[in-house]
Design a binder for this molecule. Sequence first.
Ligand code: CP
Ligand code: NVA
Length: 302
Amino acid sequence: MKHFLKLLDLTTEEILELLDLADQLKLQKKQGIEHPILKGKTLGMIFEKSSTRTRVSFETGMYQLGGHALFISSKDAQIGRGEPTEDTARVLSRYLDGIMIRTFEQEEVETLAKYGSIPIINGLTDFCHPCQVMADLQTIREHKGKLEGLKMCYIGDGNNMANSLIVGGLKVGMSVSIACPKDYQPHKDVLDFAAQYGDKFQMTESPLEAAKNADVVLTDVWASMGQESEQKIREAAFAGFQVNDELMAVTNEGCMVQHCLPAHRGEEITAEVFEAHADEIFDEAENRLHAQKAILVKLMAD
Ligand code: CP
Ligand code: NVA
């Protein structure tokens, strides 16, 4: 594993190894055992979109690992004024030990990896959000004691979260069921990947059908970053694609709810369901820190 660009690139073993390492690092943190594995290393963090969790968890994670993180806003850097990604990659590779990037096009992340000579981590693109899904899998395994054989259900937009959840869930042996409106389906590459898994993958336009006997229900905003102007159209398209009490009633007993956050109560999830599952959702947010530290260690340790 040289980079962390998308879950499609990882084997099941690599995903599980990262989850085990994330659990170990979480335990060390809780026990107050220092772990300066990345002493003297610097991570550059390029942001072309807003962030609370990703920025703070990566920056804190690098500090806890004995290294340093540098926030690079595309608004202030030359990359935001059109300097080619190919050149940015080669310049930053001369200073840094790794780059985390949050941007629009997946291609930009792949280009950084192609032209740079240091590990690249995808901190969200329009195509996928692999760091988030590592945290989700860590949280589900903590609460359920296993991943294999569980049913994951995703309700809503076939966006970056849906794409990563489908790939991550199937790779670790879960069955994955997704409900989305027909014009908002996941990416074709992800659907092609999922097709290999036969009836372990289901896609429907009926949220209740997707949620039946689920062990974990996930959702995400109806309009992602960059789609703000489509908010009204999307509100109409996604009406009914909500995680609410009626939907939770058809899931398995003890069914978890996960949300990558930020959440829009009254849209993709009701306030009632959100609050009833708040502990699980904030464990998920916390696990961004531990899961990403595992990725940083795996890619950047000597
Ligand atoms: N879930 C997530 O990636 O949050 P931020 O946008 O706050 O980083
Ligand atoms: N789908 C959302 C996820 C935010 C963490 C977005 O891309 O805005």
